[in-house]
Design a protein around this ligand. Structure first.
Ligand code: C2E
Ligand code: MG
Ligand code: MG
Ligand code: MG
Length: 275
């Protein structure tokens, strides 16, 4: 709307909106040039089995090396990339690049990749995934796709069918940031998923705050009943890890056990883990 109203008017009446619109526009332009100039790169954050802290795999996380602002996290730019459609080529690049990196790791170390709902709307997602696996040589059984509730709840988008097809090839589907969306618990039963990732928001308060612990316990019981795996996100303390172990959570991810790292470090870590 700001565009239609024109810059002069916006400046007169809504100085704050003008500022937002301008920085917004400059973010769009910056993103475009970032894509053209190869300023994106991936980092990889490990996840572990709770019982023995065995390294199970890494999640690929996108970063932007901005020429003046330094390293920019995805929260700043994913939404803009989605609105401008840049997420389609960018997401395809993430997939291929991450699969290439993971193909270098030992066979039992898995790769998780985050996907935006827009990537599924195009209808080309299953082909893109197959192509990324083909060029990288990564086995489908080593790939896990992370989707949020809003992606999975898109009715009539054919996404459930697409996910079933991917699962039948051995690919794992994880529901990311569980607990932050609005889906009813009973709906979980009908989703084509293998794993739930419990959002960091619950984990951070699990030791101080009884309600969070009760919610996590309920989610763990529910996912056990539905035969789903569970990963808890954002473990920062031994106390949180111990609580999750006591509650029966299978997998964890968080700064306590590993921060996001460059591909070469992830490779070293994965070879140390198997030797
Ligand atoms: P996510 O998939 O839930 O990823 C976990 C986020 O939590 C990451 O932030 C990670 O660095 C952070 N994190 C992990 N452990 C801890 C911890 O112990 N403490 C704290 N404070 N934070 C922790 P990041 O890398 O900034 O990513 C944010 C979100 O951006 C991701 O959330 C994901 O939804 C999205 N994202 C990242 N990469 C991609 C991508 O390639 N494609 C798409 N579509 N989305 C992406
Ligand atoms: Mg994720
Ligand atoms: Mg997550
Ligand atoms: Mg999260």
């Amino acid at each position: 709307r700001a565009k239609a109203e024109g810059r002069g008017q916006a400046r007169l009446f809504e100085p704050e909106m003008e500022h937002t619109a301008l920085s917004r526009r400059s973010l769009e332009l910056d993103l475009r040039s970032a894509w053209e100039n190869g300023q994106f790169f991936l980092v990889f954050q490990p996840f572990f089995r709770v019982g023995d802290r065995k390294l199970c795999g890494f999640e690929a996380l996108l970063r932007w090396r901005h020429p003046t602002r330094g390293i920019v996290a995805p929260a700043t730019f994913i939404a803009c990339a989605e609105e401008t459609g840049l997420i389609l080529p960018l997401g395809a690049w993430v997939l291929t690049e991450a699969c290439r990196a993971a193909a270098d790791w030992p066979d039992d170390v898995r790769l998780a990749v985050n996907l935006s709902p827009l990537q599924f709307r195009s209808g080309h997602m299953p082909d893109q995934i197959r192509e990324a696996l083909r060029v990288s040589g990564l086995k489908p059984s080593r790939l896990e796709l992370e989707l949020t509730e809003s992606t999975l709840l898109e009715e009539g988008s054919g996404i459930h069918g697409a996910l079933q097809g991917l699962r039948s090839q051995g690919i794992t589907i994880a529901l990311d940031d569980f607990g932050t969306g609005y889906s009813s618990l009973s709906y979980l039963r009908s989703l084509p998923i293998d794993r739930i990732k419990i959002d960091r928001g619950f984990i951070s308060r699990i030791c101080e705050d009884d309600p969070s612990r009760a919610i996590v316990r309920a989610v763990l019981q529910l996912s056990a009943a539905l035969k789903l795996e569970t990963t808890a996100e954002g473990i920062e303390t031994e106390e949180q890890l111990e609580t999750l172990r006591a509650e029966g959570c299978g997998y964890v991810q968080g700064y306590l056990l590993g921060r996001p790292m460059r591909a070469t470090e992830a490779r070293d870590m994965s070879f140390q883990a198997v030797s």
